[in-house]
Design a binder for this molecule. Structure first.
Ligand SMILES: O=c1ccn([C@@H]2O[C@H](COP(=O)(O)O)[C@@H](O)[C@H]2O)c(=O)[nH]1
Length: 230
C-alpha cells in the first residue's frame, strides 16, 4: 500500500459545511476520511459520508456500535447498504458476532474497538477492570479473530504484541498518533506516524493535528512523507 493510502483523516467537525471545506482544503493529499459521531449525527452527516464515497474517497464510519445482538445486527445491515468502507463496533464477543451477521457479504470491513486510546491502566481500574490495557487488548484481539471481524482499533503501543496473533489478514488501525511535538490532547497511548507504521499499523488515524493545523494540507503531506520514510 502507498504511504498516502495509509493515512485516514478524522473529520471531527461540527457540520457538513465544515467537513466539505476541510475535504476541499486537503484536496488530493488525503484519500481516506473518518466520519465519527460528531459529523455523522450532524444534519446530513450520513448523506455526506455517501457523497464522499461517490467522490472517490474511502470512508470509515466510526460509530462504535454496542447494543443487544439483534439491534447491532440490524443496524449493521442498514449501514452496509450505505456502501462505505469501514465500520467500528465495540470488541464484545456478542456485539462482534452480531455485526458479522449484519455485514455478512464482507464488503463493509468491521473493525473492533479494543481499548480506547484515551484510556490507560488507571482508567480501566477506575471502571472496575482487574486487568491492564495490554492484557485486555490481547484478549479482545483473540476474541475478534474468533468472531471473524476484519480488523482492530488499538493504540500503536500494542501493535508489536498484537500483530503476531492478528496475522497479516487482520487490519490494524491506530488512532492515538501524533507527529513529533504535536499536542497529545486527551490521547494517552500515542506514537508518531513513523513509529506506528514501522510497528505494523495498516492505517493510522489522525484528526486534530491535521484538521486544526494552520495549513491542513501541509500537515497531512508532512505525515505522508513521514510514513513513506518508515
Ligand atoms: O480508541 C480510539 C478509537 C477512536 N478514536 C477516534 O480517532 C480520532 C482521533 O482523533 P485525534 O484528533 O487525532 O485525537 C477521533 O475521531 C476519535 O474519536 C480514538 O481516538 N481512539
Amino acid at each position: 500500500m502507498k504511504a498516502r493510502e495509509r493515512l485516514i483523516v478524522a473529520l471531527d467537525v461540527e457540520s457538513v459545511d465544515d467537513a466539505r471545506a476541510m475535504v476541499a482544503a486537503l484536496g488530493e493529499t488525503v484519500s481516506f476520511f473518518k466520519v465519527g459521531m460528531e459529523l455523522a449525527y450532524a444534519p446530513g452527516g450520513f448523506d455526506f459520508a455517501r457523497e464522499l464515497k461517490a467522490a472517490g474517497k474511502r470512508v470509515f464510519l466510526d460509530l462504535k456500535l454496542h447494543d443487544i445482538g439483534v439491534t447491532v445486527e440490524r443496524a449493521t445491515r442498514q449501514i452496509a447498504r450505505l456502501g462505505l468502507d469501514f465500520l467500528t463496533v465495540h470488541a464484545f464477543p456478542q456485539t462482534m458476532a452480531a455485526a458479522r451477521e449484519g455485514a455478512s457479504d464482507g464488503a463493509l470491513k468491521l473493525l473492533a474497538v479494543t481499548v480506547m486510546t484515551s484510556y490507560d491502566d488507571a482508567d480501566l481500574k477506575e471502571a472496575g477492570y482487574a486487568c491492564g490495557v495490554a492484557e485486555l487488548v490481547a484478549r479482545r484481539a483473540r476474541q475478534a479473530r474468533e468472531k471473524g471481524v476484519d480488523g482492530l482499533i488499538l493504540s500503536p503501543l500494542e501493535l508489536a504484541s498484537i500483530r503476531p496473533l492478528a496475522g497479516s489478514d487482520m487490519l490494524l488501525v491506530t488512532p492515538g498518533v501524533r507527529p513529533e511535538g504535536a499536542d497529545v490532547g486527551d490521547q494517552k497511548r500515542v506514537m508518531t506516524p513513523r513509529q506506528a507504521v514501522a510497528a505494523s499499523a495498516d492505517y493510522i488515524v489522525i484528526g486534530r493535528p491535521i484538521t486544526r493545523a494552520a495549513d491542513p494540507a501541509a500537515a497531512a503531506e508532512a505525515v505522508v512523507r513521514e510514513i513513506a520514510g518508515a
